[in-house]
Design a protein around this ligand. Structure first.
Ligand SMILES: *[C@@H]1O[C@H](CO)[C@@H](O)[C@H](O)[C@H]1NC(C)=O
Ligand SMILES: *[C@@H]1O[C@H](CO)[C@@H](O)[C@H](O)[C@H]1NC(C)=O
Ligand SMILES: *[C@@H]1O[C@H](CO)[C@@H](O)[C@H](O)[C@H]1NC(C)=O
Ligand SMILES: *[C@@H]1O[C@H](CO)[C@@H](O)[C@H](O)[C@H]1NC(C)=O
Length: 903
């Protein structure tokens, strides 16, 4: 792998200088218009049909145009390099890489360092090209988000090809350094999707620059400083969007949006045709008037001339079909359909788009938040690849942090995308290769769960000053995970138009024997313990269950009535307690952005202020058999603490439900009618924080009457946990004071729990001292809002994570889910098992598997005082434990419901 690479846009343009004309009296005394730069018009006409191509001498260049003088060369020794070559199948072991002049100069064995060169011994670590996000809003939808600085969407018109995301790129976004920490070195910054044509997009690198300007972050800028196009032409990028977003913003329908597209393209086509006619005449000697052009439509004309990569936010079959029709009518290619939740259902139609087949740029899981995403499939990456469509995994940052783009590829791999294609989906597919010295050295195989960079080079410059490098990962994480087989699931997804049945294959109260069991975890005295572990395949055990209860585990005597019962081979897998989720709207409805599918939004007012009114109870509004709940169930999240939603955050009395139950009245459907009382305190709410804290103080004083008064009596006497969704350290300290005040007055212990708690590490000692529990909301901290900006980023940026910090201070801690509006939350709850495993890896304090499982199961029950006398669900996984990328959930054993469900 020497050099290599053609980047997504290495190309430039003609020097289309703007024309000036001047007037003079010709000898015949008639006023005539003669172009000042006759030759320039001709030059322009000669390149009228040029398309982007690499800059002159690109393949031979010794230095990148982004090279920062003074950057020392780096020799990385002994790396295991995924080159991206040979369809992504080439891996070079024990190889050296020389970064020089901002490019990859040489990749080879036994390279010698000449001159002043930094040497990094990779000790065989995995090295990949920098991760590339083809769909990011870093800098334009900034973190932390501020309402006065939201530059992602213009509301001034539905088709505005003249806008440029670069003009809103904030250089101080917190996300850049976090993106680098995840190995994301390059991102395409797209305008938002409020408009059919939202404007032009620009590719940036995520490193800081000496110039401290947006311009200096650009990669292969298509325009130079004076606004003319670079030569030879470089690719331009443009955002299009169809479906719900533009229709909603412009109070129209899909029909209106497509008409707007057609009008815009008709305008551009007219200009293009006039230019063609003008130039045909000009090149044969007749120049009449000015070169026909319009600054507003210039970029869309370039789309028709094949100089622009169109990035089309487009979800459903109806939208993809409509866009394909549009490309045929106006003859322009689409680079990629983004989001494209239904593209796997219409692969043949996608391929009929004009020109090159559009790629599909998709999420691994984020879905079902609106109709457009309802038929999402986790198997889409594999299905698309099998159909011959390029797959790109993307973040839509800040929806998913750019730091975790690689995890999207990891999940795609888990659900069946081949490893080489999964790695390509976040490197070479979005950025048809680079020679730039953008290199990531990983501490484990990049497709293994929790892989983190130990160093990131951008333009040959090491980006991590003093990276915290975690304890060496186990040997098993140095190879790509051996993922399960999902062939039947793929067939079912396709056959059922994306809505396969989520019912178990069998649900029985009869005895079932799990065989070849590798590990058994059970919940005992409020924590998970490992009660059985087979050293090797010869020592695999059995687990016998009947009526949803364990009758025997380990070496069971299978005789008598158990001789002829159903047997299930776990192939070395395990049984472990079902996980519990709390904090999201799971259990209260289906499609998050569709009010008619949900319990709805409780009155806009602080829950603490309900006074004599009825107390909100989730048990009154719970909904069963939603796809999000059933999918979570089938991923081992068997219980949910449902809460009423207010301000898109938990409120009122929570209820514990089984995510697999048919309805509330089914045995074990409603596990607990009242688990805890929830309030949310955020700086973004209509009421001031001090108002809300004041109300809570009043309620905790015991002066309130009615239903709410009774609730607060229980809270104050310590029999009902008070769970407060809060992220800001200062608000948390006020709440700690309230707790002390109430306890001092009443002589009781208030069970106070913080949920969310991004900034809790700042006051971990005080939280511990006050006996406040913490349910972490976002599994990996991110400064989405101002009130949570002081994140503990974790390795490689910091030794400590929020989890490790709280555990070190002996805080009772659990891992829950996050509330909106930080992102569609229900669809990703199925990832709880990996989120908790990853949190343990990042905490790097040697948590055992049992302790890790506790964080997302028994610890939540303990914090909420959920006394499940009927017993806890167990989850059966094949080929590994619940915490691994290699295992597959195949069943749930539910003593409360008295059944075993097999999937
Ligand atoms: C490369 O690193 C591996 C792992 O540390 C080591 O076993 C091997 O000997 C190293 N090879 C060279 C050439 O240093
Ligand atoms: C515009 O910038 C380019 C490159 O930066 C330069 O070559 C060209 O002469 C400039 N044109 C004008 C009109 O200043
Ligand atoms: C706590 O308060 C509730 C409501 O007033 C009451 O029913 C319960 O008995 C009290 N429990 C204790 C332990 O004081
Ligand atoms: C946490 O608990 C352990 C074990 O009980 C104890 O040794 C340690 O000192 C405690 N740490 C803090 C910060 O209180």
């Amino acid at each position: 792998m020497t050099g290599v690479a053609h980047f997504l846009g290495l190309v430039i343009l003609c020097g289309c200088l703007s024309l000036t004309t001047f007037y003079f009296y010709a000898s015949n005394s008639k006023l005539a218009t003669i172009p000042l730069h006759h030759e320039q018009i001709l030059a322009k006409c000669r390149v009228l049909h040029d398309t982007p191509s690499p800059p002159h001498g690109f393949a031979e260049r010794q230095t990148s145009d982004r090279f920062v003088s003074g950057t020392k060369s780096t020799l990385i020794r002994n790396a295991t390099v995924w080159t991206g070559h040979l369809s992504g199948l080439e891996v070079l072991e024990g190889v050296d890489i020389l970064l020089e002049g901002g490019i990859i100069r040489t990749v080879g064995y036994g390279l010698n360092a000449v001159g002043d060169v930094d040497i990094k011994d990779a000790h065989g670590s995995w090295v990949t090209p920098g991760i590339v996000d083809m769909h990011s809003h870093m800098g334009v939808e900034t973190s932390p988000a501020l309402s006065g600085a939201n530059d992602g969407n213009s509301m001034k018109g539905n088709t505005q090809p003249w806008l440029r995301s670069l003009d809103g790129l904030n250089t101080h976004d917190e996300s850049y350094r976090l993106a680098v920490a995840g190995g994301t070195t390059t991102a395409l910054i797209l305008p938002g999707s409020a408009n059919a044509i939202g404007g032009q997009a620009f590719t940036i690198k995520t490193r800081p620059t000496a110039e401290k300007t947006p311009s200096s972050m650009l990669v292969e800028a298509p325009f130079n400083l004076n606004g003319t196009k670079e030569q030879p032409l470089r690719w331009q990028q443009m955002k299009h969007a169809c479906g719900e977003n533009p229709a909603r913003v412009y109070e129209g329908t899909r029909m209106d949006t497509v008409w707007d597209f057609r009008q815009a393209y008709a305008t551009a086509r007219k200009i293009r045709d006039e230019q063609d006619a003008f130039c045909t005449a000009a090149l044969s000697g007749t120049i009449e008037g000015d070169f026909p052009e319009d600054l507003k439509w210039d970029a869309l004309v370039d789309v028709l001339r094949g100089r622009v990569k169109v990035h089309n936010h487009c979800y459903e079959a109806v939208d993809i079909d409509g866009m394909v029709r549009l490309t045929q009518e106006f003859k322009f290619p689409i680079a990629a359909f983004h989001h494209a939740h239904e593209s796997y259902l219409v692969t043949e139609r996608t391929k009929q788009a004009y020109g090159k087949i559009p790629a599909s740029a998709i999420f691994a899981q984020s879905s079902r938040y609106k109709r457009e995403a309802y038929r999402h499939s986790e198997y889409a990456p594999r299905i698309l690849h099998d159909a011959g469509i390029d797959v790109v995994m993307k973040t839509d940052h800040p929806l998913i942090s750019d730091r975790y783009l690689l995890h999207e590829a990891q999940q795609a791999h888990y659900y069946g995308l081949p490893w080489n294609i999964a790695l390509a989906s976040v490197t070479s597919t979005p950025a048809t290769v680079r020679h730039d010295a953008d290199i990531v050295v990983w501490d484990s195989h990049p497709l293994s769960l929790g892989a983190a960079p130990t160093q990131v080079y951008i333009d040959g410059i090491p980006q991590l000053d003093t990276p915290y490098i975690r304890t060496p990962r186990p040997a098993s994480s140095q190879v790509a995970p051996k993922t399960p087989v999902f062939d039947d699931e793929v067939d079912a997804a396709l056959k059922n138009d994306g809505l396969p049945s989520l019912d178990p294959i069998s649900s029985t109260s009869a005895a079932v024997i799990f065989e070849n069991v590798g590990t058994v975890f059970l919940e005992k005295n409020g924590r998970v313990v490992k009660v059985f572990h087979a050293e090797d395949a010869n020592a695999f055990g059995q687990v016998v269950v009947e009526g949803g209860k364990i009758q025997c585990h380990g070496a069971c005597a299978l005789e008598g009535k158990w001789l002829n019962v159903r047997r299930v081979d776990l192939e070395g897998g395990s049984l472990a307690p079902g996980l519990v989720t709390v904090g999201s709207s799971l259990g209260m409805g289906e499609i998050e952005f569709e009010p008619s599918t949900n319990d709805g939004e409780a009155p806009e007012r602080n829950p603490a202020l309900l006074g004599d009114e009825a107390v909100l109870r989730a048990a009154d509004g719970v909904q069963f058999q939603t796809r999000n709940a059933l999918i979570a169930y089938r991923a081992g999240v068997t219980n949910a603490i449902a809460t009423v939603q207010r301000n898109m955050a938990p409120a009122g009395l929570g209820a514990a439900i089984s995510t697999g139950a048919k309805h509330k009245l089914e045995r074990g459907g409603l596990i607990a009618e009242e688990t805890s009382f929830h309030v949310s305190l955020s700086m973004g709410f209509e009421q001031s924080v001090s108002t809300m804290v004041g109300e809570l103080r009043y309620l905790l004083s015991g002066k309130a009457s009615g239903d709410i008064g009774a609730i607060f009596e229980r809270i104050v006497n310590g029999t009902l946990p008070l769970v407060i969704t809060v992220n800001n350290a200062d608000i948390m300290t006020s709440l700690i004071s309230l707790k002390y005040e109430a306890e001092a007055r009443q002589g009781t212990t208030v069970q106070m729990v913080f949920h969310g708690a991004t900034e809790a590490h700042l006051i971990a000692e005080d939280i511990a001292k006050a006996g406040v529990g913490v349910i972490i909301g976002k599994p990996r901290s991110f400064p989405q809002q101002w009130e949570q900006r002081r994140v503990l980023p974790g390795p490689p940026l910091s030794r400590e994570t929020l989890l490790s910090s709280l555990l070190r201070h002996n805080v009772s801690v659990a891992l829950g889910a996050e509330a909106l509006p930080t992102g569609p939350s229900q669809s990703v709850i199925r990832n709880a098992r990996w989120d908790v495993a990853w949190a343990a890896i990042d905490a790097d304090i040697g948590l055992t598997d049992a302790e890790t499982l506790s964080l997302a199961s028994s610890n939540i029950r303990t914090l909420l005082g959920l006394d499940q006398k009927g017993g806890y669900d167990l989850v059966a996984t094949k080929s590994g434990t619940l915490l691994e990328f290699e295992s597959k959930v195949i069943g749930v054993v539910s003593p409360v419901r008295g059944i075993v469900d097999l999937f």
